[in-house]
Design a protein around this ligand. Structure first.
Ligand code: C2O
Ligand code: CU
Ligand code: CU
Length: 476
């Protein structure tokens, strides 16, 4: 494979041009109060990812779109989604971040049987939390999600906040060959043992550098969703000061992002409030600065020439109402440790596989490179159970990253509070379902196990998950 954009700079000079993505939110035929019903058909399709100079890319899609259609539902209203499998392999849909009944969680082998080719499965749940979520398969994720199977799930508040526009940006990362086709080197040893599958083309809503016109004076709610297999983002918005108003769907006291960078580990979401203070006709560039010395322009937004409405009174900050999460009892919580080891330069010599200590060479031969508390899990087996928790009990978990790569750790079926990073207690104790644990970092989280069932707890670098970083939290 030759890398068409290792010199990403080659692309940076391009002007935006072209039309903004035709992301038709396939609005449900929802009547308020009656819930919504959707159909998602997983099947191959073709998509224009990098502009006219290149051909179309074969992707896997929901309803011929990659990313799939944005599903918009109302908090507290029933949702029904009929998923049809038009792929040549098994699939499923997981509703990332939604606190739903275990049987609807979409993890074959743990919560349901896989949806076979040609078959369908109906998911039904009532989203308890308003916010920004997403959906994706939980079978061979490192290939299926990468090929395009992912979409936004927006749970609307009962009373929407006062903004002029509500925008979703699905951030994704593709590894494309010179023919603009998806490089098929999934789960190769290098990706699995390093930072995961990092690509060479980054897209917003399925297109590289799409055009989103801005209007001076407008206030935007910008919902960022990182659906990349492995890439983390740290965005800066030139000359703009967005405020973080929600993380992983859960409202947080509005604040400026740490160090001015909006950081999203793989699978995370951040809602921003963005006041468009630029002058008519000016531009705003959005940079990614997560990887040192590899900063690039994610997109470049152009202000229209329309003048802002004169003398608009300053608007108060809108407040998102907290979702009904149950607070962990920090005083009486049990404390556990989860030590993350392995990967290249990690010094791991071996770990337990199927209950037997196995040396690293033998593990690596089966594509396994990572361990949590010394246990390696196989991609489709869910035996290592890290924690059995009584319904209602509270738990603190200290995540210790002893490797040299970041790990976005994700718990199904719950949200947890992020309490501290190393010795720094966090100001907002945000609720999250995914937390990025940096190399050598120690992060403490706490949650109340209030949703019965078997829930995965795994690294959301999908290549790491496939190479051992997965365990189960069993709430009984
Ligand atoms: Cu985004 Cu196990 O999930
Ligand atoms: Cu999830
Ligand atoms: Cu990882």
């Amino acid at each position: 494979m030759t890398d068409i954009t290792t010199s990403r700079r080659k692309f940076l000079g391009l002007t935006i041009g072209g039309v903004a993505s035709t992301l038709l939110p396939s609005r449900s035929f929802a009547t308020p109060g009656e819930g919504s019903e959707f159909r998602l058909h997983a099947r191959p399709a073709r998509s224009r990812i990098i502009g006219e100079r290149y051909g179309l890319t074969d992707v896997w899609s929901y309803n011929d779109q990659a990313p799939g259609p944005e599903l918009r539902v109302r908090v507290g209203q029933p949702v029904r989604v009929v998923v049809e499998n038009g792929l040549a392999q098994d699939t499923s849909v997981h509703w990332h971040g939604i606190r739903l009944p275990n049987a609807m969680d979409g993890v074959p082998g743990l919560t349901q049987s896989a949806i076979r080719p040609g078959e369908r499965f109906t998911y039904e749940f009532v989203p308890p939390d308003a916010g920004t979520f997403w959906y994706h398969p939980h079978v061979r994720g490192s290939e299926q999600v990468d090929r395009g199977l992912a979409g936004a799930l927006i749970v609307e508040e009962e009373e929407p906040i006062d903004v002029d526009r509500d925008l979703t940006w699905i951030l994704d990362d593709w590894r494309l060959t010179e023919q603009a086709s998806i490089s098929a080197d999934f789960n190769n040893r290098h990706d699995a043992s390093h930072a995961g599958r990092l690509g060479n083309v980054v897209t917003v809503n399925g297109q590289r550098m799409p055009a989103f016109p801005l209007v001076s004076g407008q206030r935007i709610r910008l919902r960022l969703i990182n659906v990349a297999n492995a890439r983390n983002f740290a965005l800066s918005f030139e000359q703009h000061q967005p405020l973080v108003i929600a993380i992983d769907g859960q409202p947080v006291a509005p604040h400026e992002p740490d160090g001015g960078l909006v950081t999203l580990g793989a699978a995370m979401r951040i809602d921003l409030l963005l006041d468009c203070r630029g002058a008519p006709g000016s531009r705003m560039r959005v940079f990614d600065r997560f990887y040192r010395r590899r900063a690039f322009i994610l997109t470049e937004l152009q202000y229209s020439n329309a003048a802002p409405a004169a003398n608009k009174p300053p608007r108060p900050l809108p407040t998102l109402r907290a979702n009904p999460l149950s607070e962990p009892d920090l005083e009486n919580a049990e404390t556990h440790e989860l030590v993350l080891t392995g990967g290249a330069m990690g010094g791991m010599r071996g770990a337990n596989l199927d209950g037997k200590w196995t040396d690293i060479r033998t593990l690596a031969r089966s594509g396994l490179m990572w361990a949590m508390n010394g246990e390696v899990s196989r991609p489709d087996r869910f035996d290592p159970s890290f924690l059995t928790a009584r319904v209602g009990s509270s738990h603190r978990i200290v995540l210790r990253n002893q490797s040299v790569f970041p790990h976005p750790m994700h718990l199904h079926g719950h949200h947890f509070r992020v309490i501290r990073r190393d010795s720094r207690r966090l100001a907002h104790l945000p609720w999250q379902d995914t937390v990025l644990v940096m190399p050598r970092e120690e992060v403490e989280i706490a949650f109340r196990a209030d949703n019965a069932g078997k829930w995965l707890f795994h690294c959301h670098v999908l290549e790491h998950m496939a190479a051992g970083m997965m365990t189960v939290v069993d709430v009984v």
